[in-house]
Ligand binder design. Structure first.
Ligand SMILES: Cc1cc2nc3c(=O)[nH]c(=O)nc-3n(C[C@H](O)[C@H](O)[C@H](O)COP(=O)(O)OP(=O)(O)OC[C@H]3O[C@@H](n4cnc5c(N)ncnc54)[C@H](O)[C@@H]3O)c2cc1C
Length: 502
């Protein structure tokens, strides 16, 4: 069947694209999503996101062994359902500091600086608690709010952070501030709001929008140097969809490069090794993978802290070196050990300590033994020693907060890293032993103008007509924030670039 636009992947970005492109009743839009439309009950409850990991709505990827993490294999969940990872994520709505976007432009992503991105970051959101509409959107589809219920432990956490010198921010999402502030969430009346809920569902009745779930794209159809459509499987049957105008990949930081590689667009040597005919030798496809590496500083408490309701919590943005941009993030948790659960950890509070500007880079490559199966995912965590050093600073700064007087009514003792981990060498070893994902892979189809770039600053795949990528994979460098909001904004901007309608 012929469409004007075929969008591959109905995740965070794909839902925005399908919605915005189909606003024009004269164009026919097809959205292909490998996962299903039905959602387990736990998906609605923002407190139960960890219960979704490893279920049928998760691709349940794993990394290759990580030398920087003592050879560990990390679990890498990714949403496989309408809404994609926004349907299984931890619902934090966090925008990057302006430095993040300005750094994109400086690296060759012309036109992706903060002033250009700000209208798109505003367009996505209805920020009900935000103080200043110059920086925050008030009319967008995603409702953004601080948790409705306060908890004395987290009021104490704000005090603790201020006590040890972090400035109290009025709005950590305005792109300008640092220090401690309240997190914002995509939660409405206690229920998760995914990109599918906010963008896709309201447009599902449109006669010019077709959404096919259980439809896994297998390869792109290339006609000379032009992408003319997509081959996909549905109910075990191979089907094709053609695109008169364009195909846009929104299959995420793993799915988009894998589909390009399976279609012969990527590094020629890797394609040949996997038995794929080379259509366009594009060195950067799948390269440049990075994520925020994360560790935990956790404390047992003298009494239970876990609330029955979804409570608001603060987070802290800071710099490991005052001369450098923001590079560390502390998010508070009511589980003293890693969020995927450590049996017997007991009651407590923790800070997840994440490095927001890692220098280490890895890759997503086809598995030559099974190119259509799960790709070889290598975030190459902590390959750069300077990443370890900054995480050690993060552990120290988290300990300052965790040991502050404001926490003393609650604190029993430090659980992680633990009393034996004190000097720099022990902290480095702890960081390597405990590093895990913050669930934010990016960079595998990065925007740029150099030979390693995959898409140009208008998101067009270099060397192929009629094909764009618009999802988390295009970020040249990861932002100093959780990645969902920025991915929504990338897709909003992509829709404008594609249609020419502001
Ligand atoms: C467990 C978890 C917790 C997270 N917590 C947060 C958080 O609290 N805040 C935050 O900001 N970010 C968070 N993130 C990250 C955030 O959700 C992602 O950055 C964002 O969703 C990425 O959007 P995307 O459109 O690039 O990819 P996705 O949303 O992953 O969408 C990709 C879609 O493409 C589909 N797809 C893939 N391959 C194919 C194919 N071949 N054919 C058809 N369809 C395909 C997938 O099934 C998926 O639906 C979290 C992520 C996870 C996994």
């Amino acid at each position: 069947m012929a469409f004007d636009y075929v969008v591959v992947g109905g995740g965070t970005a794909g839902c925005v694209l399908a919605s915005r492109l189909s606003q024009d009743p004269d164009v026919q839009v097809l959205l292909l999503e490998a996962g299903g439309a039905t959602r387990p009950a736990a998906m609605a409850d923002p407190m139960r996101w960890t219960f979704l990991v490893g279920t049928e709505v998760d691709w349940a990827y794993e990394t290759v062994p990580q030398p920087g993490a003592g050879g560990a294999i990390c679990s890498w969940p990714r949403g496989k359902v309408l809404g994609g990872s926004s349907s299984i994520n931890a619902v934090m709505h966090t925008r990057g500091h302006r430095d993040s976007y300005d750094a994109w432009a400086d690296a060759g992503a012309t036109g992706w600086d903060y002033p250009t991105m700000l209208p798109f970051l505003k367009r996505i959101e209805r920020a009900v608690d935000a103080p200043d509409s110059r920086y925050r959107g008030m009319n967008g589809p995603m409702i953004v709010a601080q948790g409705e219920v306060a908890h004395p432990l987290w009021e104490g956490a704000v005090e603790a952070a201020v006590e040890v010198g972090h400035p109290g921010a009025t709005d950590l999402n305005n792109g300008l501030e640092e220090g401690v502030g309240w997190s914002e969430y995509n939660v409405v009346d206690g229920v998760r709001q995914s990109a599918a809920d906010a963008y896709l569902v309201p447009g599902l009745e449109r006669p010019n929008l077709a959404v096919v779930t259980g439809a896994q794209a297998r390869r792109l159809l290339l006609d000379g140097g032009r992408c003319s459509g997509v081959e996909y499987t549905k109910d075990g049957e191979l089907r094709t969809a053609s695109a008169e105008r364009q195909v846009v990949l929104a299959a995420g930081a793993i799915g988009s490069p894998q589909l390009l590689l399976l279609s012969g667009i990527g590094p020629a040597a890797q394609l040949r090794e996997a038995g794929v005919d080379v259509a366009a030798d594009l060195a950067g496809v799948g390269e440049g993978l990075h994520d925020h590496p994360m560790t935990t500083v956790g404390y047992r408490t003298t009494r239970p802290v876990r609330a029955a309701a979804f409570v608001r919590k603060p987070h802290v943005r800071l710099r490991s070196d005052p001369a450098d941009p923001i590079d560390l993030h502390l998010i508070f948790s009511d589980s003293p050990a890693p969020s995927t659960g450590t049996p017997g950890a007991g009651d407590g509070y923790a800070m997840r300590v994440a490095l927001m500007t890692p220098f280490s880079r890895g890759s997503v490559r086809l598995n030559p033994a099974d190119p259509e199966g799960a790709p070889l995912i290598d975030p190459n965590y902590l390959a750069e020693e300077r990443d370890v050093e900054r995480m050690v600073v993060g552990v120290r700064r988290a300990r300052e907060v965790g040991e502050a007087k404001a926490f003393s009514p609650w604190r029993d003792r430090e659980l992680l890293p633990g009393p034996d981990v004190r000097d720099a060498a022990a902290c480095r070893e702890y960081v390597r032993r405990s590093v895990t994902t913050y669930f934010h892979p990016v960079g595998t189809c990065r925007i740029g103008v150099d030979d390693g770039a995959v898409v140009d600053p208008e998101l067009r795949v270099r060397g192929v007509e009629g094909l764009r990528v618009a999802d988390a994979s295009v970020m040249p460098m990861i932002v100093s924030a959780n990645t969902n909001a920025t991915t929504l904004a990338i897709a909003e901007r992509a829709a404008v670039l594609m249609t020419g309608n502001p």
